[in-house]
Design a protein around this ligand. Structure first.
Ligand code: SAM
Ligand code: SF4
Ligand code: F3S
Length: 482
């Protein structure tokens, strides 16, 4: 597709701003500030989209609440990746019938990945009649127009056509307060792993212009954000659709070189089929790039990897990890794993456990396979029971927990540099912080350190976290009076 068809034009964006103004005027007539409640599920990409929704709502004149009951507009920003996520959304939607009954003028919206699934849109149309607006991620930028339609038309609005995904720059944003920020560098996915719904609901890969990304990161650093995560379903294929001769490693290098300041850049997710030595060399060389790699392997068995359409082998994955560890000895490694893919045998699942032991990941995100209607894997014979898969899954967890506990214990007694990112709510360890590699450190120390990079002494650890104390800089020796 041509770039001009991918980018939302300035004219289209300014039309949306007009709708924002119209809603603002409409709401002002009511003489009070309306409230919106936005509930986001799923991955960081969805969180980043949720921040744009908040931004658009704020420009319309909304304040925010966590309480659906008191909101004029309730938005569920949904995730479709596993059945569990979907069930939670339908549970929440069911509960909203009560708030709508109490306040019939309340507007209920469903957006995000589930909304892009025709099956889900149909179910909402037929069985959740209190929902007023449904729109998928493809038309997020048209939210002002869609909401205006709800306000001015009687009737429900569904915008869930399978349009090709676009890319809108310059949408307003309300970010989480603190030191962490998310920057989407690309949208969509071209990989069609056979179990995964994401390419169907998020469309094809679209990369943002590198200059726009640099501009956003520069602004964030100037605003005081210190831990910035670049987002994409497969950041390693960043730039392929741009034809500008820039790849993800080049982007990292440019951010590192051109944006001065005390900050760290992280990124999720990477696909092993596209991970290059150039990327690992760049990470190793660039001081602003955190030495943290999230490289999902999904399975340690070649037959299963092929059935998953992952397009790499166990050996290739291990080679990549070996190289990355060679050039970054302090690298913190995490991954995603699926147990119980259709037809996976016990021996194949144990290949996954053996890979986990061989690599020694710092932490894992582990999932039991969940069939997603419309994906090829959902049509495959799936002879093993949930109970059998659970036994394999528990073995995987046991192996990983042992490794995490051992790696964490290795920090005890060391002094490490952390970024203090907030309060923990625990009196003994009132601060929460992260190492360069992203490990969580609960910290004893003064609140004045929030937002700072400081050295801490690690005093204890468990499977999930480290515990430490602030190393107060030695006070300057007093000079003897003369
Ligand atoms: N694009 C990223 C990647 O490929 O690493 C992440 C995609 S997805 C949002 C996050 C994780 O969910 C995947 O890495 C996979 O482990 C898991 N996942 C995706 N589809 C699944 C399914 N149908 N059942 C169970 N887990 C699934
Ligand atoms: Fe899903 Fe695979 Fe794309 Fe990740 S790379 S979003 S697992 S299809
Ligand atoms: Fe879920 Fe969509 Fe993310 S399906 S994991 S919210 S891309």
């Amino acid at each position: 597709m041509e770039r001009k068809d991918v980018l939302v034009s300035e004219e289209d964006l300014s039309r949306q701003r007009e709708f924002t103004g119209k809603i603002r005027d409409l709401l002002q007539e009511e003489g009070r500030r309306p409230l919106a409640c936005v509930d986001t599920f799923g991955c960081q990409q969805n969180v980043a989209d949720g921040e744009r929704i908040l931004g658009m709502l704020q420009e319309m004149g909304f304040d925010f609440t966590q309480e659906p009951k008191e909101a004029d507009v309730v938005i569920l920003n949904t995730c479709a990746v596993r059945e569990h996520a979907e069930k939670r959304v339908f549970g929440n939607l069911g509960a909203l019938t009560h708030s709508k009954k109490a306040n019939p003028r309340q507007i209920i919206c469903v957006c995000g990945c589930m909304a892009q699934e025709p099956r889900v849109a149909k179910k909402i149309r037929e069985s959740y009649r209190h929902v007023d607006l449904v729109f998928g991620p493809h038309v997020l930028w048209r939210f002002p127009e869609l909401l205006y339609q709800v306000y001015t038309r009687r009737g429900r609005v569904f915008s869930v056509e399978d349009e090709h995904g676009r890319l809108a720059e310059g949408l307003p944003v309300v970010r989480e307060k603190g030191v962490k920020a998310w920057v989407s560098i690309m949208y969509g996915c071209n990989n069609f792993c056979s179990y995964c719904i994401v390419p169907y609901v998020r469309g094809r890969e679209r990369s943002r212009d590198p200059e726009k990304i640099l501009e956003e990161v520069r602004e964030l650093v100037a605003e005081g954000y210190k831990d910035i995560t670049l987002l994409g379903q497969n950041v390693n294929s960043y730039g392929r659709d741009l034809n500008m001769g820039v790849d993800f490693a080049d982007l990292l290098e440019r951010i590192d070189r051109e944006i001065p300041g005390e900050y760290l850049i992280r990124f999720i997710s990477s696909h092993p089929k596209d991970a290059t030595q150039k990327l690992f060399d760049t990470m190793a060389r660039c001081p602003h790039v955190a030495k943290q790699l999230h490289l999902p392997f999904q399975s340690g068995n070649d037959r299963v990897l092929q059935a998953m359409n992952r397009r790499y082998t166990r050996a290739k994955y291990l080679e990549e990890i070996a190289y990355a560890k060679k050039v970054m000895p302090d690298l913190v490694l995490t991954s995603d794993v699926i147990i119980g893919f259709p037809g996976e045998t016990e021996a194949e699942a144990m290949d996954t456990v053996s890979l986990v032991k061989e690599v020694g990941f710092d932490a894992l995100f582990t999932f039991i396979y969940s069939p997603r209607p419309g994906t090829p894997a959902a049509e495959m014979p799936d002879p093993y029971t949930r109970a059998e898969k659970q036994v394999w899954f528990d073995r995987l967890l046991e192996a990983q927990n042992e490794i995490s506990a051992r790696l964490h214990a290795g920090y005890v007694g060391r002094t490490v540099r952390v970024l203090v990112d907030g309060e923990s709510g625990d009196e003994r360890w009132p601060l929460s912080s992260r190492t360069n590699g992203g490990r969580l450190v609960h910290l004893a120390g003064d609140r004045k350190y929030i937002g700072q990079f400081i050295d801490v002494k690690i005093t204890d650890s468990n499977t999930w976290a480290l515990f430490g104390e602030v190393e107060e800089p030695a006070s300057a020796p007093e000079t003897a009076g003369q």
